[in-house]
Design a protein around this ligand. Structure first.
Ligand code: NAD
Ligand code: ZN
Length: 261
């Protein structure tokens, strides 16, 4: 797709308003403003925990107590976090009828907490623990306390119901995400480095099916020069605020946006 490049925010708003069938793909970057570190980068979790040692199914099976050092930190940080203005902006876009679904790689539940209704959790979530021996599930808050390793009634160590490296994507989430990618008019990719497979295939599927790909990220990614049509550099809350302001100006039929947006 060709864009004139003179005002990318206005161009993105025009396309979103015209098509009104956008889907978003979000990653760790959208939750950074809620105080949850992303995985990559100097402040990221991988600077502290080597993913090969802490984030694979193999590592969990071999030494679950060690992997729980990293998981405990994730559960505590996610459990204490509140949605930020970017999550609220996504919920506002859904209410406006511009965005129909969010596919998220995040496991923090913050899109739902902000009021987004259709959220596809591609990598599961931290709210549930699962036993990889007998498959019994438990709410995390009932089974885990800081400093402990949660146990199943059968005696095994429980795993958060999130996708570790080496685990398949939950079947329904993968089906729904691919269907959304194939049928959306616009894919808005926010705060993901697009390096985790197969989530990184979603933008390509959308693009090959005719969607315009808009990317919100302060840094360029592997998508920016290849798949992205419009790159909006900046932090998610700020870019979404400007995008929503522009949408409201461009189309008076949109319902008014809650204050803060
Ligand atoms: P990533 O850490 O690989 O990349 C984060 C991206 O966000 C980077 O491209 C960075 O430039 C961008 N970014 C940083 N701050 C931003 C901001 N304020 N606004 C917009 N963009 C910003 O994250 P990923 O691609 O999502 O892959 C990491 C994997 O780890 C995911 O699969 C996810 O499941 C998991 N994870 C989840 C959480 C969470 O649930 N909040 C946190 C960390 C990691
Ligand atoms: Zn069990």
């Amino acid at each position: 797709m060709r864009t004139d490049g003179s005002n990318p925010i206005r161009e993105a708003a025009r396309i979103l308003a015209e098509r009104r069938n956008a889907v978003a793909l979000t990653g760790a970057g959208i939750s950074v403003e809620s105080g949850i570190p992303s995985f990559r980068g100097a402040q990221g979790m991988w600077a502290k925990y080597d993913p090969a040692e802490y984030a694979t199914l193999h590592a969990f099976v071999l030494s679950p107590r060690k992997v729980w050092e990293m998981l405990s930190e994730m559960v505590s940080v996610c459990g204490g976090a509140e949605p930020n203005a970017a999550h609220q902006g996504m919920a506002a876009l859904e209410k406006m009828g511009v965005l129909r679904a969010v596919i998220t790689q995040n496991v923090d539940g913050l899109h739902q907490a902000a009021g987004s209704r259709r959220v596809i959790e591609y990598h599961g979530n931290m709210e549930t623990l699962v036993c990889i021996s007998c498959w019994k599930r438990y709410p995390t808050r009932k089974r885990w306390t800081p400093g402990t390793v949660p146990l199943c009634d059968c005696g095994e160590i429980l795993k958060p119901d999130v996708v570790l490296f080496g685990e398949p994507i939950p079947w329904l989430a993968q089906e729904q995400a691919e269907e959304e990618a194939r049928t959306c008019g616009v894919l808005v990719v926010i705060g993901t480095s697009a390096q985790v497979s197969p989530a990184c295939d979603i933008p390509r599927i959308a693009k090959e099916s005719g969607a315009v790909v808009i990317e919100i990220n302060p840094e360029p990614t592997s998508l920016t020069a290849t798949v992205t049509d419009i790159h909006l550099p900046g932090i998610a809350s700020e870019v979404l605020r400007r995008l929503i302001d522009e949408l409201s100006l461009a189309d008076e039929t949109f319902p008014s946006i809650p204050s803060g947006h």
